[in-house]
Every structure is written in structure tokens, then in C-alpha cells.
Write a protein that binds this ligand. Structure first.
Ligand SMILES: [Zn+2]
Length: 131
């Protein structure tokens, strides 16, 4: 695969972060936000428990939109665990519609999938369309 430019990788990461935050919005109205810097796309958690995680274009996952999306999704999930460890429902986002309370969905190939059945539940960014 041809190496993408640094700017193109930043574009992928920014787009990926916004897709994940679209999905997060319904579950966590606390303001998570995306910041684009010259050397990273940052995902910022809500204050006062301020957390910031940078997605860097040097990482090979920035080369491809689905990889970037999976990476952004995993990053946000890690941030939720860090922020809401006392609240297991909040920390295990997004809930698996088939196995509520058992596990969160995992990101794979730009989709939210059940880690148990492997079934794809939604494209990342379109979780609101799932009932
Ligand atoms: Zn499941």
C-alpha cells in the first residue's frame, strides 16, 4: 500500500474520531470533543476529570480509514473505563444489544461487533440507527 501523506493521515484520524463521538453522544452527553493539532488528533474527555488522548499520524493505523476508526473507538472506550470505572454501565459502552450487561461491542473493520458472536451490529458512526 502506498504511504499516505501526513495530512491525509490526520484527516483519517479526525474523521474517525468524529464518527466515534457521534455514536457516543447518545450515551454520554458529557462533552467529549475532538481537537486537531499539527501533529495529532486529540480526543478530550469531559472536565473536571480531564483526559486527553492523542492519535498520531505516524502510527500505521492512521493509513486507512477503518483502522483509524477502530483505533479511535478503542481509544474512546479506554477513556470511558478510566473516567467511569465506578459506573460499570457507563464504562462498558457501547452495550451489546444481544448480550446486555455482558460485554461492550468491539471495533473491527470500522464496525461495532459483538465479541462473542462476531456479528456486526452497526457501522461505527451509525449506532443510533440500531434498536
Ligand atoms: Zn454480544
Amino acid at each position: 500500500m502506498e504511504e499516505l501523506s501526513y495530512e491525509k493521515c490526520l484527516d483519517h484520524l479526525e474523521r474517525a474520531a468524529y464518527l466515534v463521538l457521534d455514536d457516543l453522544q447518545a450515551a454520554h452527553p458529557d462533552v467529549f470533543r475532538v481537537e486537531r493539532h499539527s501533529d495529532a488528533v486529540g480526543v478530550c474527555g469531559p472536565s473536571p476529570s480531564w483526559v486527553w488522548t492523542g492519535l498520531h499520524p505516524e502510527d500505521s493505523r492512521a493509513q486507512e480509514v477503518d483502522w483509524a476508526t477502530d483505533w479511535a473507538a478503542e481509544t474512546v472506550q479506554e477513556m470511558l473505563v478510566e473516567l467511569y470505572s465506578a459506573d460499570s454501565a457507563a464504562a462498558t459502552w457501547p452495550a451489546c444489544p444481544e448480550h446486555a450487561g455482558a460485554h461492550p461491542l468491539t471495533a473491527a473493520g470500522g464496525r461495532w461487533c459483538c465479541p462473542s458472536s462476531g456479528r456486526a451490529v452497526s457501522v461505527i458512526g451509525r449506532l443510533r440507527d440500531v434498536d
